[in-house]
Every structure is written in structure tokens, then in C-alpha cells.
Design a protein around this ligand. Structure first.
Ligand code: ME8
Length: 504
């Protein structure tokens, strides 16, 4: 049986969830739902990154101890995850005991393998990025990301990252699909080729983190702790366990381009050093701006996803996020663009198709799916296009081409709308020739079969709206397997109603 392990980053708790977090989690959810409908065994992991200086400082600013602060903030992320209908299997908090145990087990494994040594770190650190920077990277007193940096000097454990330069390059050469899109893969390769320095992996100036085994004056650097979450959720250190064996070889990490280096350089190096294969694939998506500007709290232009959902509906937002921008590229959010997508793709294209066909069929076809007579060439062509989606969409999802997935479905929606205009079932209805009424039944059957395909395939994108269409069509079998059997004539239809209202 096919398996899929799909992860989101675990989000920092220093602020409220925003559109960027929603984006990655929706993308992961679309993939998870697709693979479940395809019959795969799926594990979908998300969660929160609760340790480190950034969260500790946010807690301090709120006048709370870090654990109490984390317990309060995590509720907002859980609420977001529920509100966007993310079908996660595990929501992991790094403050959970099982995670502390997993992170410490990984540390011990690295230590036993001679990968960790003690020294002193002296250099730049950006709390906002939870990242170390080289002197050469600092521009006008800031990190390349624009984050303020501070000079740090403290006793620290180091990981022998420099030893993994060659093995990483060899690994990526042997696994060209391990980092996507290709441009990001090239960035990672040139970063590694530029030379890797050993990485400081512990801190002593604060204690909000996982204690270093055997040396509790140190807490682990938040990134070694955070990255471990992906294997904690599979029962690490039990690498021989069923969960680990089944899911780790099929791992897919989704993340924004901001944190590619941590995932594509540090994480595979830690794993290889601990005798664990690197993740199968890392997909790094682009960055959303708002009305052309970077979203930031100080600019006061962070997009609040909850308000959008309340105004426009969840499924419309999910569709927009997947359709608007090729997955992997940067995009710009504007309310106008959202409204335009809703009105054109959802209300006009899909909504109209479903509404006009289903209400016509309900009224004029005895409230049930009509029986087809002989199919014409046009009928067969349209049915073949719908049937062919199976293969096209599988390839899209296998390469995380989420926008292409939408476009390919909408190509068929467009064909179906043109078919309605050409076949004119309403004219056939008015004809006095009894053959025309038979033909009307066939045309409606073809259209309902195409709508069934479309609504089954839109389930990962828009679970609730698709369910409404399938309810109206009287379909209870909704997996891709169901599409192997032709639509059954005689199935009762439910009273139709519009699923995608236009936004005025
Ligand atoms: O980096 N556009 O957490 P984080 C697109 N805790 N995606 C965006 C975005 C935007 N404008 N803003 C945020 C962390 N994201 C670490 C991760 S994983 C082991 C640890 C998304 O709360 C995107 O997925 O800063 C990005 O990578 C993530 O949120 C960063 O979330």
C-alpha cells in the first residue's frame, strides 16, 4: 500500500497565526486529503515550535512564564488548524515530554558517533530568525533577512557540520528530486559548495529549551530541537518501529523559502550523522506579500485569515491560495484578487456549471440521474477528458504542482460549460421530436458524470463545497476508486442549491 508522510513547519508561538501559516498548512492538507482519496495510508503532521529565545522573549514581554505563555498561544494555532479544516493526524508541541526524550536521544546518538564537541561560540545571532550569521553576511548591522543581530559569546557544543559537506553534495546528486523546486535545489547546492562551518547547537544564557543530556547548564539550540519533531511524531528513537519504518521513507516536508537552509542542510546532516536517511523530499514554497509589501507586524499589514474566512468562506480562500500562485513561487495577496477568483472560477465557471445542470436535471429528469443512450463523438470526447484527469492529477500531486492541479480540473470545467452551450439541453427539452428528449437524457448524463469527476477531485481543495455538490448528485462513494465505475443512472438527485454565491 502506498504511504505518505506530509509535514508542515512547526510554527513559533511568538505571535498570532497569519496567512503565511495558513498557506503551508492548507497546502499540506490538500496533499494529505488527495492521497487519502487515492487510497494511500497518510500521516499528516503539524504543530508548534515552543522553545528558544524568541518565544522566551515574547513570553517575557507578555509578563508570563514561557510555559504558561506557550499554553495560551498554542490555543490560537490549534484554532487556526481547526478553522481551516486541516485534517492533521498529529499536532505536536515541542514542550511535550515525548519530544524532549526524542531530541535528547538524537543528541546522544550524535554524541556517541563523535559528531559533537565542546567549544566557545563567538559571533552574530538573530533572535528573530533563531539563526547564526557569518561576519560576511552582516549588512549595516543586520542579517540578510533584515533581522537585527547581536554579538554572542558563550560556551557551546558544536556539531561537526563541516564534515558533511561532501556527503550532502553526494546525496543530492544521487537524489535529484530531494529538494524542489529546482531553483531552490540550486541555491542549497551552492550554499553547501561555499563551505560549511561547524554549527553551535547549545545555549547557556537562557534555559527555555530541551536540556542537553548530561550537561543541564546547556539547552539545545532551538533548531536541533525543532527539526527533531519530524521524527518524534514517528516514535523516534524507535527507528525499527512500524510507524518509523512505514512513514519515514515517504517523508515530504513543506516549508517556506525562509527556512530552507535549516531543512536542506542542517537536518539531513544531523540525520545522516545519526544513521537515518534524509527526508525523501523537501518542497520549499514562496512568500506571500500583501498589496505588494512584505507582511509584518510593524507595518500593520498582516493578513488576518480568520476575518477572510468569515467574509468569503473557507473553501474559497483555500482554493484561492492554491490556484493563484504556482506552488514554489512568490505571490501577492489582495482582497480584489481573491474576489475576482471567487467570481470567475467558483461562481461563474464551476458554480454555474453545477447549478444550471443540476437544477435542469432535477426539474426535467424526474429528480434522478438520467439513462444515457448512444454517446456521440462530443460526448465521448468530454467523458474521455474527465477520465484522463486521473493520470494528469496524479502527476500534479506527485510533484506538488498544486496550481496545475487546479488548472487541470478547471480545463475540464471549461470544456463542460462549452459542451452545455453547444448541446443546449433546454432546446432539446422544448422540441416535439421524442428523439430529442432521449438525447437530452444523454447530454445530462454526460454532464453529471463530468461534474461527479470534478467534485470528487475538488474535495482536497474545497472539502465542504465539493461535498455539497456530491450530495446534490446523490453520490455517497467519493474516493477515486468510485470513478472506476460509471455514474449510475436512476440515482435520486437532491434538491439543488447554489454552492458558490457571487461576491457583489
Ligand atoms: O520558522 N508567505 O516558524 P514560523 C508564505 N518555527 N509562507 C509564510 C509566510 C509568508 N508571508 N510567513 C510564514 C519557523 N510562512 C520555525 C519552523 S520547523 C522544524 C521550525 C510560513 O512561525 C512558511 O511555511 O516563523 C514558513 O516557513 C513558516 O510559516 C515559518 O513559520
Amino acid at each position: 500500500m502506498t504511504t505518505r508522510y506530509i509535514t508542515t513547519p512547526i510554527y513559533y508561538l511568538n505571535g498570532e497565526p497569519h496567512l503565511g501559516h495558513v498557506y503551508t498548512t492548507v497546502a499540506a492538507d490538500v496533499l494529505a486529503r488527495y492521497w487519502r482519496l487515492a487510497g494511500a495510508r497518510v500521516k499528516f503532521l503539524t504543530g508548534t515550535d515552543e522553545h528558544g529565545q524568541k518565544v522566551a522573549q515574547a513570553a517575557e514581554a507578555a509578563g508570563e512564564n514561557p510555559k504558561a505563555y506557550a499554553d495560551k498561544m498554542v490555543a490560537l494555532f490549534l484554532e487556526m488548524t481547526e478553522k481551516i479544516n486541516a485534517s492533521y493526524d498529529v499536532f505536536l508541541r515541542t514542550t511535550e515530554e515525548r519530544h524532549h526524550l526524542a531530541a535528547q536521544a538524537l543528541w546522544k546518538k550524535l554524541e556517541d558517533a563523535g559528531q559533537i564537541y565542546q567549544s566557545t561560540y563567538a559571533g552574530w545571532y538573530a533572535v528573530r530568525d533563531e539563526a547564526y550569521y557569518e561576519e560576511s553576511e552582516i549588512v549595516e548591522g543586520r542579517a540578510p533577512t533584515g533581522a537585527p543581530v547581536e554579538w554572542m559569546e558563550e560556551a557551546s557544543y558544536f556539531f561537526r557540520l563541516s564534515a558533511w559537506e561532501r556527503p550532502l553534495l553526494d546525496y543530492y546528486e544521487a537524489h535529484p528530486q530531494a529538494i524542489a523546486p529546482i531553483g531552490r535545489r540550486n541555491e542549497v547546492l551552492s550554499f553547501i559548495k561555499g563551505g560549511l562551518r561547524d554549527l553551535s547547537i547549545s545555549r547557556t544564557k537562557f534555559d527555555w529549551g530541551v536540556a542537553v543530556p548530561g550537561d543541564p547548564h546547556h539547552v539545545m539550540y532551538v533548531w536541533i530541537d525543532a527539526l527533531t519533531n519530524y521524527i518524534t511524531a514517528l516514535g523516534y528513537p524507535d527507528v525499527d518501529g512500524e510507524e518509523f519504518q512505514e512513514f519515514w521513507p515517504e517523508s515530504l516536508h513543506l516549508l517556506g523559502k525562509d527556512i530552507l537552509r535549516f531543512h536542506a542542510v542542517y537536518w539531513p546532516a544531523f540525520l545522516m550523522a545519526a544513521d537515518i536517511p534524509p527526508p525523501k523530499r523537501i518542497f520549499s514554497h514562496g512568500w506571500w506579500t500583501h498589496d505588494g509589501e512584505k507582511m509584518s507586524k510593524s507595518l500593520g499589514n498582516v493578513v488576518d485569515p480568520f476575518a477572510l474566512i468569515d467574509t468569503y468562506g473557507l473553501d474559497s480562500l483555500r482554493y484561492f491560495l492554491m490556484r493563484e500562485v504556482p506552488f514554489g513561487q512568490d505571490g501577492n495577496f489582495s482582497e480584489d484578487a481573491l474576489i475576482q477568483r471567487i467570481n470567475s472560477d467558483l461562481a461563474n465557471d464551476l458554480g454555474n456549471l453545477a447549478q444550471r445542470v443540476l437544477s435542469f436535471a432535477y426539474k426535467n429528469g424526474g429528480g434522478q440521474i438520467s439513462s444515457p443512450e448512444e454517446f456521440s463523438r462530443e460526448d465521448r470526447e468530454l467523458l474521455a477528458k474527465a477520465a484522463h484527469l486521473h493520470e494528469i492529477l496524479h502527476n500534479d500531486m506527485d510533484s506538488q504542482a498544486l496550481q496545475a492541479y487546479c488548472r487541470h480540473i478547471w480545463d475540464v470545467v471549461g470544456e463542460a460549460n462549452r459542451y452545455v452551450d453547444v448541446q443546449k439541453p433546454w432546446s432539446l427539452k422544448k422540441s416535439s421530436d421524442p428523439q430529442d428528449l432521449v438525447r437530452m437524457g444523454t447530454v445530462l448524463y454526460v454532464l453529471m458524470e463530468v461534474i461527479r469527476h470534478v467534485a470528487i477531485y475538488t474535495q482536497p481543495l474545497m472539502p465542504e463545497a465539493s461535498a455539497k455538490i456530491l450530495d446534490q448528485l446523490g453520490q455517497s462513494e467519493r474516493t477515486f476508486e468510485a470513478l472506476k465505475t460509471p455514474l449510475k443512472a436512476g440515482t435520486p438527485l437532491s434538491e439543488p442549491f447554489p454552492v458558490f454565491p457571487r461576491i457583489a
